[in-house]
Design a protein around this ligand. Sequence first.
Ligand code: CP
Ligand code: NVA
Length: 306
Amino acid sequence: MALRHFLTLRDLSSAELERIIHRAQELKKLQHQNQTYQPFVGKVLGMIFEKSSTRTRVSFEAGMSQFGGSAIFLSSRDTQLGRGEPIEDSARVISSMLDIVMIRTFGHDIVERFASYSQVPVINALTDDHHPCQLLADIQTFVEHRGSIQGKTVAWIGDGNNMCNSYIEAAHMWGFKLKIASPAGYEPQEKFLTEYAHCAELVSSAEDAAVNADLIVTDVWASMGQEEEQKIREKAFANYQVNEQLMQLAHSDCLFMHCLPAHRGEEISEHMLEHKSAVVWDEAENRLHAQKALIEFLLQEQHQPL
Ligand code: CP
Ligand code: NVA
């Protein structure tokens, strides 16, 4: 049995990621045709949430039901995790009863520690450092609208946060160029910029990043856990809003994505989600299909004879 986890995009090969994006489109088609496909009857997904969620919770839970399995929502508020039971002990217990686990938490080391004690595949459903599931949906969405993302130019406008880090890794895995525009002091960590200098570069303004872009992406200015920095961040990020004027600098067929939830009037202008380039609702829906393809991949891998 080959136990595989998905803690960052780097846990899979480029070929495996391609396979998942392709499969996500097939699963989407089946779902839209109302066809029942239940390869995982009796399988149970554990969903550990230490931060809030709408899309991630709904997509994982619905996906598992559609597959014929079920999901258990585990909030740190009402499990022993929230009362200090060590993550290593929780991992051994939870993974002895379930078939696959997803975790949304703060420190990336928490998912790593959980995975190293888990008997079953572990999926990172967002940490302070990475959000790889969102990238599966984003790439699927780009491919559906524009074809391959290889060789394209993507502009990341805003915080050098978990989403930005996953975009940097995606640039490497899918072979696109990433231009990052972040205010001083909010750039992605130096270690990411150094390791991925071949595909990701810091530019000096949102306008620089947007010129000739095929995809423009942004995210909230203050992520979960940074609520107290909201006011100070609003000042620092004032020149980093994605709006109609910025989109005009990009290629005429440039797409706009945002992982959501969005703050209108902050990182995006009031009507940006209705802009002709915006594909945010497809992007959100694709969380369902991309994660189903991921679950299928991880469960099938685990049952492959070595
Ligand atoms: N994009 C995303 O992960 O959304 P939720 O926080 O609602 O899960
Ligand atoms: N960067 C955001 C993403 C939310 C889906 C956060 O971590 O809150």
